[in-house]
Design a protein around this ligand. Structure first.
Ligand code: COI
Length: 355
């Protein structure tokens, strides 16, 4: 393992920033000038490097391509009220990256490689952090196997990288979702709690089928009975039900979302009862019919809060009550945005300034 290191920075000859229109941002399309790259070889991480953003050369036999030994994280940096830049809960992402790495038999990334690499990269590309309301710099740490070997066993070598892209709000309007009761996102004992690439690839066909029926996303249900709600699309999901915040408890098939954790903490701070437990599709639909379901929303890094307007269940669409200024999902979205941009206090110490 590396004891001390300095990050070698190879700056881009010219910045692409001036050619970009940051007022028309599409999620994940524009990338900042630089990227972090770190190789794991000979049983240890080598010194991190920051280089101009660009293609990577990989062996066509690497087991990320063939067997899915690949993981990622999603996190954000925010332009602050005082003009600076700060990261939201970066150590939580570092922890979760290593949880995913363990599940996929990959080596852990040392904290200093992750944090120093991240901070240096964001500092170098500070000008790429947008400042418009709802915008941020989305940060994508990722790791994949690099051995050129078709045998099925964990790779001996890996690439860890970080790329970043300026983003605006993810979904422009409340979502139409439907319960998925045929396909499965993740099974108990599987890798649903990890951010491994295969979870997302396997969700693409069921999601496309739902989109062809006019829905934006799915409400995934459990692998055994297709009754209990797991996640919505690529997000965690929560409900305001009987004036309580009710959300599926994390498990081996549900991602322990950092935005989810933050929303639950704020709800508790505000005195709302929070229930982390099994939530069935029947319970939600019965509550909606009886006027006891006040809100449903997705929660994730890319989206922050994505209110749900309509739920499809057994071939029928059911509309939720319209949101008001005092709805929990609105208030928590605004509070998170204010806290992350330095416009409101940060009582839990979630923000880490990039200096
Ligand atoms: C994130 O919110 O960071 C995610 O992982 C969703 C992403 C796949 C767009």
């Amino acid at each position: 393992m590396l004891d001390t290191f300095t990050i070698d920075i190879q700056p881009a000859a010219t910045s692409r920033l001036a050619e970009m229109d940051l007022t028309k941002l599409e999620f994940g399309k524009l990338f900042a000038d630089h990227m972090l790259t770190v190789e794991f070889t000979g049983g240890e991480w080598q010194a991190p490097r920051i280089v101009p953003y660009g293609p990577l050369a990989v062996s066509p036999a690497n087991s990320a391509l063939h067997y899915g030994q690949a993981i990622f994280e999603g996190m954000k940096a925010y332009r602050q009220a005082d003009g600076g830049v700060a990261l939201f809960r970066p150590l939580d992402n570092w922890h979760r990256l290593n949880t995913s790495a363990e599940r996929m038999a990959m080596p852990p990334v040392p904290e200093e490689v992750f944090m120093q690499g991240l901070c240096e990269l964001v500092k170098l590309d500070t000008a790429w952090v947008p400042g418009a309301p709802g915008s941020s710099l989305y940060i994508r740490p990722f790791m994949f196997a690099t051995d050129g070997f078709l045998g099925v066993r964990p790779s001996n070598t890996y690439h860890f990288g970080i790329i970043t892209c300026p983003v605006a709000s993810f979904f422009k309007k409340p979502l139409r979702v439907r319960f998925e009761q045929q396909y499965v996102r993740a099974a108990p004992g599987g890798a649903g709690y990890a951010k491994n690439a295969g979870n997302y690839g396997a969700a693409m066909l069921p999601t496309r089928l739902a989109q062809q029926q006019g829905y934006d996303q799915l409400l995934w249900t459990d692998a055994t009975e297709h009754q209990y709600i797991e996640e919505s699309g690529t997000m965690n999901v929560a409900f305001i039900l009987n004036n309580k915040l009710v959300t599926p408890a994390v498990s081996s098939s549900i991602l322990d979302g950092i935005t989810r954790r933050s929303v639950l903490q704020l709800a508790r701070d505000w005195g709302l009862t929070v229930e982390e437990r099994q939530v069935s599709s029947r319970e939600v639909m019965d509550a909606l019919a009886a006027g006891r379901l006040q809100e449903a929303f997705g929660v994730g890094t890319a989206v922050t809060i994505a209110p749900i307007a309509t739920i499809g269940y057994e071939g029928q669409d059911h509309d939720l009550p319209a949101l008001t200024e005092t709805s929990f999902s609105r208030r928590v979205g605004v509070t998170l945005e204010d806290l992350r941009t330095g416009h409101a206090p940060d009582p839990h110490g979630w923000m880490v300034a990039v200096k």
